[in-house]
Design a protein around this ligand. Structure first.
Ligand SMILES: [Zn+2]
Length: 328
């Protein structure tokens, strides 16, 4: 029987239940505290807002939420633990950092790869800071089109830490670019493809690219439903259906990459603004209210969504694989 670290302790993977694999309670971009024009971060109000959002999605049967906030993007383990206790939703958090152009890179840039691995392993085994709260997975991230030297080092460090600790790796890609390179580096470090989730694989229209990633045995994140910028939900639906019809349901994950609270506001947007008006569907219940009904009209079944929302997250977190994907 396999266990996963949640922010309130160890949980048997079979008890994860219906899981949203990529959502955020809080995000604070590096330097989030620099812009005095932004409203101050009020922890209590933020907690109330996020508890409400997490509680509401329990109506759709969600029992667990993975918040893969990188440690340089406002990750707050104690906030998550309180949120989990108050909302009754299991939360799995991550160790790992964001991509070079958007992360807080100074410290790791000056560290050797092995030292970064040690940081990840110690967080997973002993907890974040002094909290004793242990991450349940490793977050990796790459920028658009090309992996930088910094990102390569951090990815390799993550691969070692994943192999040593047995936790899975969840990635951020920019528009699905560099997914293959992420898999290459992690595989070279001995991470099984079945323990890798290529995140934001739905950031492209390119079905052939998505298929080529799936061919390597990884999970694909259709994890930005409701975030309709360059890719619309219609495209996500069409591509997800195509992959499902090809028999790849056991490699798909669905989520929103929703951000419930922006610490220090959103850089480049007016102080105090959020995405509620521009992205009305970007919320934790969107796939249940709007997307799954469409997919069911087009032939997918409740059993399929049990695989996507229950079985796949559970298998992703399970240490020893008893199923086989091609790991070539
Ligand atoms: Zn995210």
């Amino acid at each position: 029987m396999s266990k996963v670290n949640t922010v309130t302790g160890s949980l048997t993977t079979t008890n994860l239940g219906k899981t949203l694999i990529h959502e955020h309670a809080l995000i604070g971009y590096p330097g989030w505290f620099l812009d005095k024009r932004q409203p101050a971060f009020k922890r209590k109000e933020a907690m109330k807002k996020v508890v409400d959002a997490f509680q509401r999605v329990k109506d759709f049967g969600v029992e667990s939420i993975v918040d893969p906030c990188p440690s340089d993007m406002g990750r707050d383990a104690e906030f998550y633990a309180e949120l989990s206790s108050k909302s009754g939703v299991n939360i799995v958090c991550a160790t790992g950092v964001y991509y070079e152009a958007a992360g807080n890179t100074f410290t790791f840039r000056h560290m050797e790869q092995d030292a970064i691995t040690e940081v990840y392993v110690r967080e997973i085994e002993d907890g974040i800071g002094e909290t004793g709260i242990k991450p349940g997975l490793i977050k990796v991230a790459t920028g658009r089109g090309k992996i930088t030297e910094y990102e390569q080092k951090v990815l390799a460090a993550a691969g070692d830490a994943a192999r040593i600790t047995g936790v899975p790796v969840l990635s951020h890609t920019e528009k699905c670019t560099c997914g293959h390179e992420q898999i290459d580096i992690l595989s070279e470090k001995g991470v099984a493809a079945s323990r890798i989730l290529v995140g934001h694989a739905d950031g492209t229209e390119d079905l052939a690219l998505q298929r080529s990633l799936a061919d390597r045995g990884v999970f694909l994140g259709f994890d930005r439903f409701g975030l309709e910028g360059e890719v619309t939900d219609d495209i996500r639906i069409a591509n997800l259906l195509a992959l499902a019809e090809e028999g790849r349901i056991d490699q798909l994950m669905m989520s929103h990459d929703y951000v419930a609270c922006w610490k220090g506001g959103i850089p480049g947007r007016p102080p105090g603004s959020n995405f509620d008006e521009v992205l009305p569907n970007w919320r934790l219940s969107h796939i249940f209210e709007n997307i799954i009904p469409i997919l069911k009209q087009r032939g997918m079944t409740d059993a399929d969504f049990d695989v996507i929302l229950r079985d796949n997250p559970r298998r992703f977190f399970e240490r020893e694989e008893c199923h086989s994907h091609s790991h070539t």
